[in-house]
Design a protein around this ligand. Structure first.
Ligand SMILES: Nc1ncnc2c1ncn2[C@@H]1O[C@H](COP(=O)(O)OP(=O)(O)OP(=O)(O)O)[C@@H](O)[C@H]1O
Ligand SMILES: [Mg+2]
Length: 412
């Protein structure tokens, strides 16, 4: 018998099961369905994070995170079969409740050590499909510190059962991971501004990786720390603490010269204000940028890419906002940078022009550019491969768009 504290709670519980069932049945994308179900379950239980692990039995025989909400960025991490609490649950097939993870013999401490996340307690239930264990699901850190109730455990088990059924009935593959080498890794990045009464903790421990060829969006409300983060990634500001590794080199403590080279040869920048030199023509602006690059794209070709071949001899002030932003994009692309950083590139543009500019950026990514774009617009985030959600200076959630939206599908 479940120990429901009230009739209302029981109704809410049934409602949750119903919502999860419909989401898993109706959503075309298993990933979206799982993410929303996991999110609902975490909220209902009052937990901090949740992860679905996939056992890659027919591949490398390791356990990989498939989906996660809240908590640390688990991209690229994996466990050996039997390792950690996930490994134990997958090998034993037994649901487990752990009230003090750090004192559990199965606890894989290296995860928290590398991400900075603190795992306190969890429910971990196996995902069983046709008597075969395909993975497990974890509900992590009950926020109020209370013990998990029978109701919590029952809900997690139901979600696991419904997930396994959805995986089976849709004939879908739970494993979406691709082990790749990150182009850029941020670990426990903090940034303080001011001191004493004027201290602002703009970033409070940010971790994530970006991979070559990826379109990553940093999404969050005004003041959450997005630009601060982008300025650190762009080598324009230094973190108060933490490490920031680009292509295998730790730049968090690099000298000014190294940082200048990094900005000059490895990065392209696109900002809200167009950053063009108004006394130079479009062509001269590009020429100036190209003078800073090793092997730039020819100016005519760069202008062709952004549809401005006929504006080479105009001055920025003779162009519309959208056209100026296209020139900025041409400048960023012409350097053939390893990484392009864009901070709200469409904030000053009207809707139709924004869609145009976003389409250009999307095309650049499809041609091999790696792009990090900061925005507060959730609709724009749908274009990304991966979205890092920032709240109050920390990563609150990482979501993956398995099917990123086309620029011209966006509406706001
Ligand atoms: N140079 C600075 N000196 C003092 N505080 C700063 C400085 N730069 C940013 N901050 C503070 O750090 C926090 C994060 O600012 P940030 O500019 O990164 O936010 P944001 O997410 O980019 O916001 P928006 O969407 O409005 O651009 C804010 O509280 C801001 O006031
Ligand atoms: Mg900003």
């Amino acid at each position: 018998m479940k120990d429901f504290n009230s009739n209302d709670r029981q109704i809410a519980y049934s409602q949750m099961i119903w919502e999860i069932t419909s989401a898993l049945q109706e959503d075309d994308s298993l990933e979206n369905a799982l993410r929303s179900s996991l999110n609902k379950t975490i909220k209902f239980i009052g937990a901090e994070a949740g992860t679905i692990w996939y056992y890659n039995k027919d591949g490398d025989n390791r356990i990989h995170p498939s989906y996660w909400v809240g908590g640390a960025d688990l991209t690229g991490m994996s466990l050996a079969y039997g390792e950690g609490i996930a490994g134990e649950v997958i090998s034993s097939g037994k649901p487990t409740v752990i009230t003090d993870c750090r004192n559990d013999s199965h606890w894989a401490s290296r995860f928290d050590e590398s991400t900075g996340f603190v795992t306190k307690s969890m429910i971990c239930v196996p995902l069983v499909n046709k008597h075969e264990i395909i993975g497990c699901m974890q509900i992590i850190n009950k926020k109020d510190g209370s013990l998990y109730t029978d109701e919590d455990i029952s809900l997690a088990s139901s979600l696991a059962e419904l997930t396994a059924i959805a995986v089976e009935s849709k004939g879908l593959d739970l494993g979406i991971f691709t082990p790749r080498k990150p182009l850029l890794s941020l670990r426990d990045i903090t940034k303080d501004f001011g001191s004493g009464e004027n201290l602002t903790k703009a970033l409070r421990g940010v971790d994530f990786d970006i991979y070559e060829g990826e379109f990553l969006v940093i999404l969050g409300k005004s003041g959450c720390g997005k630009s601060t983060l982008l300025n650190i990634i762009g080598g324009m500001d230094r973190p108060t603490s933490g490490s920031f590794v680009f292509d295998g080199v730790d730049l968090s403590k690099a000298d000014e010269r190294k940082l200048t080279d990094y900005r000059r040869y490895s990065l392209g920048f696109i900002y809200q204000a167009y950053n063009l030199i108004n006394t130079l023509t479009v062509k001269e602006n590009l020429d100036f940028i190209d003078g800073l690059a090793n092997d730039p794209i020819p100016i005519a070709e760069a202008l062709e890419m952004v549809g401005l071949a006929d504006k080479a001899n105009k001055y920025p002030t003779q162009l519309s906002g959208g056209q100026q932003q296209r020139v900025t994009i041409a400048c960023a692309l012409s350097k053939k940078p390893r990484l392009i950083l864009a901070d709200e590139p469409t904030a000053a543009l009207d809707y139709a022009t924004s869609i145009d500019v976003l389409g250009l950026l999307q095309k650049a990514v499809r041609n091999g550019t790696t792009l990090i774009m900061v925005t507060h617009n959730e609709e724009i985030a749908r274009m990304a491969n991966r979205v890092i959600h920032i709240q109050d200076g920390v990563v609150s959630e990482v979501t993956i768009n398995k099917y990123p939206a086309e620029a011209d599908e966006l509406v706001w």
